[in-house]
Design a protein around this ligand. Structure first.
Ligand SMILES: *Cc1c(COP(=O)(O)O)cnc(C)c1O
Length: 357
């Protein structure tokens, strides 16, 4: 496929950040962004790369009132051989389309998806930072953009893709975090939008995250929305446990986001002969395992951090330490292997790497 993309390049390129240790996450953006519009019956049109900047939308636009928005999060890496590559971007494209289907937003053809990402990342390749652990974060999103207030599926949408150079997630080493099990708020329910990557899920999760932070926790562990009994996710990451040498992760029941890091961890561990189960795991089972010492490790998985070890869990006023509050061997192994494949230090036997330039 060769798309017709109109190019409007900036006349005022920004200076690239000098000190890559201060990049942080999602604070600065590259010179250009990709945009296109959608109209029912016409499809996607006016594909364009334009200077990064504010976009004008009608005050009556659907997204501002009814939250019709979906997004993706992925990274481009500068590899040890100097080339630039993405990690499983086809999986993000599939998930974007599953999210679109759920929110009645338009889907994007898989070939078109890859060509848009390749074209934009190639144009902005000098923005991919060089220091170890840094990357170029890619944030594609689609929102409903009908300029009237009637509540119905949208007829006009806009797709945008912005890029942000981000710092090493673990600049000071991987430190296990403290997590509070949340018994009041829920993130998602079966039949709702939990499996879709939509902005509304995040809006609904902010209060619990804020309360947990105020009490000294990094994030919350979400329970299912019906019985408040089964473990679902940790913050905005999927969660995995090692109990009696079995790797357990909540199965995808509809309220859990199907993470690509989750999927990659499962595929990697299975290929190495580990005992991996996708099943329901109740908070009672987890607390019992923590009490009797069979809970060996707990960690979150997601694109931003790859893995994030959980050192302490708090539930109903009690605190449980996991693995002595230190990163466990499986967590460390997953981090080393996945980042090794991403950075080109370990051969990619799975076909996960998508070279860009
Ligand atoms: C994006 C996301 C994840 C992680 O998905 P990855 O594809 O691994 O980055 C997990 N949970 C939620 C709620 C998410 O939005």
């Amino acid at each position: 496929m060769s798309l017709d993309i109109r190019m409007e390049l900036t006349k005022n390129p920004k200076a690239k950040p000098q000190d890559e240790s201060k990049l942080g996450f999602g604070k600065i953006f590259t010179d250009h962004m990709f945009m296109m519009d959608y109209e029912e019956g016409k499809g996607w049109y006016d594909l364009r790369i334009v200077p990064y900047g504010p976009i004008a939308i009608d005050p009556a636009s659907t997204v501002l009132h009814y939250g019709a928005e979906i997004f993706e999060g992925m990274k481009a890496y500068r590899r040890v051989d100097g080339s630039i590559a993405m990690f499983r971007p086809d999986e993000n494209g599939k998930r974007m389309n599953n999210s679109a289907e759920r929110l009645c937003l338009p889907e994007i053809d898989p070939e078109m998806w890859l060509e848009i990402l390749d074209t934009l990342v190639k144009l902005e390749k000098d923005w991919v930072p060089h220091s170890e652990g840094t990357s170029l974060y890619i944030r594609p999103f689609t929102f409903g953009n009908d300029p009237h207030l009637g509540v119905h599926a949208v007829h006009h949408s806009t797709f945008v893709c912005i890029l942000s150079p981000v710092g090493a997630y673990y600049a000071e080493g991987i430190n296990p975090v403290k997590i509070a099990i949340e018994s009041d708020d829920v993130r998602a329910v079966r039949g709702g939008t939990g499996y879709a990557k939509c902005g509304g899920n995040y809006a609904a999760s902010l209060r619990a995250g804020k309360r947990a932070e105020e009490k000294g926790f990094t994030q919350v562990l979400w329970l299912d929305g019906v019985e408040r009994k089964y473990i679902e996710e940790v913050g905005s990451m999927n969660v995995m446990f090692k109990i009696n040498d079995e790797i357990v992760t909540p199965k995808l029941t509809g309220s859990v986001l199907p993470g690509i890091t989750r999927k990659s961890c499962i595929e990697l561990l299975k290929s190495q002969g580990a005992n991996v189960s996708e099943r329901l795991i109740s908070v009672d089972e987890l607390v019992e395992a923590a009490e009797n010492g069979s809970l060996q490790e707990a960690w979150g998985t997601g694109t931003a951090a790859v893995v994030s070890p959980v050192g302490w869990l708090s539930y109903q006023g009690k605190e449980y330490e996991i693995g002595g509050g230190k990163i466990g061997e499986t967590t460390q192994h997953l981090y080393d292997t996945l980042t090794g494949i991403q950075w080109g230090k370990i051969p990619d036997t799975f076909g996960w790497i998508h070279p860009v330039c």
